[in-house]
Design a protein around this ligand. Structure first.
Ligand code: M6R
Length: 604
């Protein structure tokens, strides 16, 4: 949700903070601000784009400061509610990501003590709590303040009286240190400071850090000094830039031949006839597993639904896919089930809560994530990295396809461990997996066909997506992609369900995108298409190259290559992504930053 950056170094803090905020704006934001210590603490904030803040800041000299992009939770989108928030004497400033649950009570107490509040946010209490406890040492005051707070937070604070220092603390919200030479950074995301350093230190819940340009001190919740391991990030700045594409989303769609290759690399081997994961993950998969529970949100949840078909088919182990926001409060916890959390960011609040719930109930937990060092990787029994590089567009694309591939590899590994898969079969699977990057490239090369169809959809009020079997979750994802970036109402359905209700909404003005694969459901989906056509609606089929029959049924056909039945869902997904992208582009929508959405949902 909100993006945070702190800087202590030798460079002009104004430039570093603005540059970092621009890199963080993909998180979704409605306002932004910075506080820079240039002898005095100076705060600049504004609603709307970061450029609006940039215009406000004169050329000042300070080399210590903090910045924030806000995604409103408590209090409307106003300049007063934008961060940083300051103490009454305007000497202390804070930025915050998270939710302070007991802020009303704290605010009343602070008001009685004479504090004056300028905003409607929960975050402002933090500045006043720190101020209340401040006796010349910022970290002491931050420790005292967070003792009173209930909720989730990552906080970065500065004080005019200690002009070279920034203090950060976290609980259930991400915060990572960027280690430089004579400069240090503190941010909600690595991409914020990737331009300056790839050396990082991840903070755990309850840890507090004090940074100056030459020192980094981290303490645990008992204020015992801890030695933290520094890690090297392999992402590079180019990964976090558009590289000539009109949008990050398009760039990320086009990266998929590579990301599909990367997620397979080092994990499949025909020679050794095996699938390889880190040792602790292999141990988790070799346990006696009587069921798998997958917990996730949004697109990751749909990847989980795809995973259910893949794992059940190869292993016979029942798979239950649960929305993390529901699982955290409801549902069966079974100690002998493996809980797999899927989260691109590794920071989604509901997914982390579901993971913790599962662990507290004695389940073993495995995480599929794209972000090394993310909270999810640190609170699970094992994790598998998607290796997709940073995903900046709010709409998940390349990370969805890599999540599906990881789930398929998990299915293959369990099947191998259960001796349900022979070496010939595995060889065959691996052979076809290696063809996937080529299939993706093939779809990308046909983007003109997709643009032509997008023109038919751009003025629709509502679009249905249908599929059967594994294509059902793809239809859900296709609909989600379209609705979130084009603002056209879209729903995904299991094709067999149409006559149980959704047909009531179908008119001749409702285009239907039907995913058609030549498997055991082929005749059934053709029959569904017939039922739809009988109601006068336009049908756009997404069908295999070799399907010559489909043209007799659908109005338009978008093709994908499928030389085998190994994960045709990857190529189909790319068609769906490009379709959503081009419809949104034709409608001139802000594709990378859809209204009201944030890349990383770090609050409940
Ligand atoms: O980071 P996560 O995978 O946990 O994110 C979960 C959802 O917020 C996310 O998949 C969201 O639905 C997509 N950005 C939509 O395209």
């Amino acid at each position: 949700m909100c993006g945070i950056i702190g800087y202590a170094g030798f460079r002009d803090a104004r430039t570093v903070l603005l540059e970092s905020l621009k890199r963080l704006d993909y998180r979704g934001y409605d306002s932004a601000g910075v506080a820079i210590i240039d002898k005095k603490l100076k705060v600049y904030k504004e609603v709307g784009e970061i450029a609006n803040v940039e215009r406000l800041i004169p050329k000042i000299k300070g080399t210590t400061g903090i910045g924030h992009t806000r995604w409103a939770t408590h209090g409307g989108v106003t300049k007063e509610n934008a961060h940083p928030h300051v103490s009454c004497d305007k000497k202390i400033a804070i930025v915050h990501n998270g939710i302070i649950e007991n802020f009303s009570k704290l605010k009343e107490e602070l008001k009685k003590k004479g504090h004056t509040f300028l905003s409607q946010t929960d975050s402002e209490v933090i500045a006043h709590l720190i101020d209340d406890a401040y006796k010349g040492n910022l970290e002491d005051a931050v420790v005292a303040a967070v003792k009173k707070i209930q909720g989730s937070y990552s906080i970065v604070a500065v004080s005019e009286d200690e002009p070279e220092k920034i203090v950060g603390v976290r609980k259930e919200s991400p915060l990572v240190i960027g280690v430089g030479d004579s400069e240090n950074f503190l941010a909600s995301d690595i991409t914020a400071f990737l331009k300056y350093t790839k050396r990082v230190i991840f903070l755990n819940d309850g840890e507090l850090c004090v940074l100056t340009k030459n020192t980094i001190n981290v303490v645990d919740k008992n204020r015992k000094s801890i030695k933290k391991k520094e890690e090297l990030i392999t992402w590079n700045v180019k990964d976090a830039e558009k590289s000539g594409f009109a949008h990050f989303m398009l760039k990320e769609i086009y990266e998929q031949p590579d990301t599909v290759h990367h997620v397979l690399r080092g994990r499949i081997s025909e020679i050794e006839e095996t699938i390889t994961f880190p040792e602790n993950v292999e141990k988790l998969l070799s346990n006696e597993i009587n069921s798998v529970h997958i917990v996730a949100c949004g697109t990751s949840f749909y990847a989980g639904l795809v995973g259910k078909y893949l794992i059940e088919q190869l292993t016979n182990i029942p798979v239950f896919v649960e929305l993390a926001s529901e699982y955290r409060y409801f549902g069966v916890r079974n100690e002998s089930s493996l809980v797999i959390a899927i989260t691109q960011s590794g920071e989604t609040a509901d997914t982390l809560a579901a993971l913790r719930e599962a662990q507290m109930s004695g389940c073993k937990t495995l995480v599929v994530t794209n972000v090394i060092g993310s909270t999810a990787t640190r609170i699970s029994d094992g994790y598998i990295l998607q290796q997709s590089g940073p995903e900046i567009g709010v709409a998940a694309t390349k990370t969805f396809t890599s999540q599906i591939i990881v789930l398929f590899l998990i299915a293959l590994k369990i099947a191998l461990l259960q001796k349900k898969l022979g070496s010939n079969e595995l060889y065959n699977y691996i052979f076809h997996l290696k063809e996937l990057p080529r299939h993706v490239r093939d779809v990308l090369e046909r983007s003109n066909d997709i643009i032509a169809i997008a023109k038919h959809l751009k003025d629709a009020k509502s679009v249905f997506f249908i599929g059967r079997g594994i294509n059902y979750p793809l239809s859900l994802e296709g609909a989600l992609k379209l609705k979130e970036i084009s603002y056209i109402h879209a729903e995904g359905f299991a094709a067999g369900e149409l006559k149980h209700g959704p047909f009531a909404l179908l008119t001749k003005d409702t285009p239907v995108v039907a995913i058609v694969t030549q498997d055991e459901t082929y005749e059934k989906i053709l029959a569904n298409i017939g039922e739809i056509k009988a109601r006068g609606s336009t049908v756009i089929a997404i069908a295999e190259d070799k399907d010559t029959e489909i043209e007799n049924h659908a109005d338009f056909v978008l093709r994908f290559p499928a030389s085998s039945h190994v994960l045709p869902c990857i190529a189909i997904t790319v068609v769906l992504q490009l379709l959503a992208y081009h419809v949104a582009h034709l409608r001139k929508c802000p594709i990378d930053k859809p209204r009201n959405l944030a890349k990383s949902v770090t609050v409940e």
